[in-house]
Design a protein around this ligand. Structure first.
Ligand code: SAM
Length: 340
C-alpha cells in the first residue's frame, strides 16, 4: 500500500482530495480543466465538477422529480431481484465498492439484504463529492447498525487504483445510475479496462445502463418542469465563481439539453444569451462568449442491449445476467471479471 494512504477504520472517511493528505492537485486540476475546457472550441466543462455539496443536493432533488424515471427503475430492479443478484455473487467475505455512490440510498437495499443474510460485507462508497460521502456514511451507519463502511472521497480513477490495495476477498463493484453514460464512448472503454486491471479474476461489476427509448421520455428527464436540472448544470459556473474567482453572471446563461440521435446521447449545454466577457482570476484569463455560444456540460449516453454486450466483451468482462425493470427502460447488468 502507498505510504501516502492511511489504513482506515470502519466508518472513517479517507479524503484523497483533502489538502492534508498529499493530493495537492485536486483544486489545481479543477483550474486546469476549466482553462482547457473554456479554451476549447466548442467550449466544454467536465460534468464531474458539478458535484460539490450544492451539486450533490441538487442531484438528490433531480431524483425526486417525476420526470426523472432512472432512479425509480433502478430501485424497482434492486427490490425485485436483490436475492437473485446476491445469490449470483455468492457468500464469503465481500467488499461492496460503489463508484460515484451519491447518497447510497439504492445500495441500502442490497446492504440490508446482505446483512440479513449474514454476509460479511464491507461497504466502500467512493465519490468525488465529500458531502455525499459524509452524508451517506452517516445515514447508513444510523440506519443499518453494525455496518462496516469505509468511505473514500476520490475521483473514479484514483479510487480504482486504490482498489487494488484492498484485502483479498471478492470485490463487487457497483456503478449505478447510468453513470457510465456520462463518459464519451472511448472514455467508457478506458474506464472499464482500468477497472478490469484493478480487479481480481472472478470479481463482479454490477452496472446500470439507461436504455434507448421514446425520445420524449428522454428529453423530459433532462428538462424537468421545476428547473432543477438547469440549476444543477449552472452549479458548474457557480463553483467557478466561488472557487476560482470567476465572474459568470448565471442569469445570462440558459440551460439547454437535446437528444443527439447520431451519437445516442442527451447532450446538455449552458448557453450565453449575449455577447460577453468572463474573467477567471485563479487562471488569470478572460474568456469571450459570442451571443448564443454554448458550453457543453454533460453527455448522457443511452444504450441498446447489444451495445452493452459489446462493451463488456471488449473490456474483459463476462455477462452473468441482465436485470430489467418492468417497463424495460433501464437495465442493471451483472458482469464478472475474466482474467484466466
Ligand atoms: C448521477 S450521480 C449518481 C449517484 C448514484 N450512483 C445514483 O445512482 O443515484 C453521479 C455521482 O457520481 C459522482 N461522480 C461524478 N463524477 C465522478 C468522478 N469522476 N469521480 C468520482 N465520483 C464522481 C457524483 O459526485 C455523484 O454522486
Amino acid at each position: 500500500m502507498s505510504k501516502n494512504l492511511k489504513i482506515i477504520e470502519s466508518g472513517e472517511i479517507l479524503d484523497l482530495q483533502a489538502r492534508h493528505i498529499p493530493c495537492p492537485k485536486s483544486q489545481k486540476e479543477f483550474a486546469i480543466d476549466v482553462l482547457i475546457g473554456l479554451s476549447h472550441s466548442p467550449k466544454r466543462l467536465p460534468c464531474k465538477y458539478i458535484y460539490d455539496e450544492r451539486g450533490s443536493l441538487l442531484f438528490e432533488r433531480i431524483i425526486a422529480c417525476p420526470e426523472y424515471y432512472l432512479t425509480d427503475c433502478e430501485v424497482e430492479i434492486l427490490r425485485t431481484y436483490k436475492e437473485e443478484i446476491l445469490s449470483k455473487v455468492g457468500g464469503g467475505k465481500i467488499n461492496l465498492v460503489e463508484l460515484g455512490a451519491g447518497s447510497g440510498e439504492k445500495t441500502k437495499i442490497l446492504l440490508q439484504e446482505m446483512i440479513a443474510g449474514n454476509i460479511d460485507v464491507t461497504f466502500i462508497p467512493i465519490d468525488i463529492s465529500s458531502s455525499a460521502i459524509r452524508d451517506s456514511t452517516d445515514s447508513l451507519k444510523e440506519q443499518i447498525p453494525g455496518i462496516k463502511i469505509k468511505g473514500l472521497v476520490s475521483e473514479y480513477f484514483k479510487g480504482i487504483r486504490w482498489l487494488s490495495n484492498l484485502d483479498r476477498c471478492t470485490n463487487v463493484i457497483l456503478f449505478l445510475g447510468s453513470n457510465i453514460g456520462n463518459f464519451e464512448p472511448a472514455e467508457a472503454d478506458v474506464f472499464l479496462s482500468s477497472l478490469w486491471n484493478a480487479c481480481n479474476d472472478g470479481d463482479y461489476l454490477f452496472i446500470g445502463f439507461d436504455l434507448k427509448k421514446d425520445i420524449r421520455l428522454l428529453l423530459n428527464a433532462y428538462n424537468d418542469s421545476g428547473g432543477v436540472t438547469a440549476e444543477f448544470n449552472l452549479n458548474l459556473l457557480r463553483r467557478i465563481n466561488n472557487e476560482l474567482g470567476g465572474d459568470f453572471n448565471l442569469e445570462e446563461f440558459q440551460y439547454y439539453s437535446t437528444f443527439d440521435a447520431i451519437s445516442g446521447a442527451i447532450k446538455s449545454y449552458l448557453i450565453s444569451q449575449r455577447k460577453q466577457n468572463v474573467v477567471i482570476d485563479e487562471i488569470n484569463r478572460l474568456f469571450f462568449f459570442k451571443s448564443w455560444e454554448s458550453i457543453h456540460t454533460e453527455s448522457s449516453y443511452k444504450f441498446l442491449v447489444d451495445d452493452i454486450v459489446k462493451l463488456a466483451s471488449r473490456n474483459g468482462f463476462e455477462i452473468i445476467e441482465h436485470f430489467f425493470d418492468s417497463k424495460n427502460y433501464f437495465v442493471d447488468s451483472l458482469w464478472q471479471v475474466k482474467k484466466e
